[in-house]
Design a protein around this ligand. Sequence first.
Ligand code: GLA
Length: 379
Amino acid sequence: MSLKLEAETGFQAAFGYPATGVWSAPGRANLIGEHTDYNLGFVLPFGIDRRTYAAISLRADKICRVASTIDTQIYQLDLAGQKPTGLDWALYPLGIAWMMREHGQQGFDCFITSDVPVGAGLSSSAALECSVAFGLNELWQAGLERVELARIGQRAENEVVGAPTGIMDQTASLMAQSDSAVLIDCRDLTTTNVKLGLSEKNLVVAVIDTGVAHRHSDGGYRSRRDACELGAKTLGVSSLRELDISDLPRAKVELDDLTFRRVRHVITENQRVLDTVSALALSNLDSLGELMAQSHASMRDDFEISIDELDLAVATAIESGAIGSRMTGGGFGGAAIAIINQDELFTLEKKCKLAFAAKGYKEPRIFAVKPSQGARKES
Ligand code: GLA
């Protein structure tokens, strides 16, 4: 059964009447540009062909109910009541409803299905938020632009879930296009479609999910954000976006070593995003691979958000013939991506599993993802 149909039948079974419509949104992988979004810099993510489906109908009262194939519970929020807390996974969709409440007052029932892996750094949370936000926008006739929905998704995550994350994931999930990455300027949220043209070169993006779960409401992500803010403040700018490579010598003098390395990652990563866009325009795969390698090294050594499993995944991908590989997402676990010839995918999978087993790590999951379209109405 398709996930869309499963959402419809799940809705009928949970609530006893049919859904008005089904909306979906993809998870994302980030090609390059990590921890640059909350520094108002550049990112280059793409939507993946793993999506979350939300079957929704409006109700006559202010009660919002969500259920899913994840568990058998029905979670509930009263739009006239208090800000939601607890609620497990349902905090994401109900947090969206809470944040959108000035745009619609009617409650709703919602049933969720998804094949976006959870905890793999592929933004299952953004897919969940954006599918529901996109559906509510239509049902409530709120008339919000995709960019405004992305901001609402980020606010739900920051203010309701309590994770101090940036705007990349929601923007990617809403703005992505097939076979393309989306260059996002996080200062003003302008987006540019960047054609990837991978299939013409028989290339795929492989995800190597280490199976090491991460949470961005924990300390590591927040402390990186704090270090960036401290760096910007010490250097007298409103955000690290105001700085470029030419500011590094001054930064080295004015900052303590740790803050300097955090700042260096962000400044060089912004440049790498722009260089990656140029490399893609020229189909310069060597340069793309080199930029991904530099990005990974910078996250490992300067930003210190990689883990051994991710470093091993990246090294093994390169040994298996990948043209480029790096960890993707917030770090401290999750997945690496590798751009590799379709025919080498099986070798990559075999080698990664062997390498992980040799170190006594949990068996990684390897699968290809296709750059896919952002949020859409399914029916
Ligand atoms: C997580 C956050 C994003 C971004 C990345 C790191 O995915 O949700 O906002 O900061 O980490 O690039």
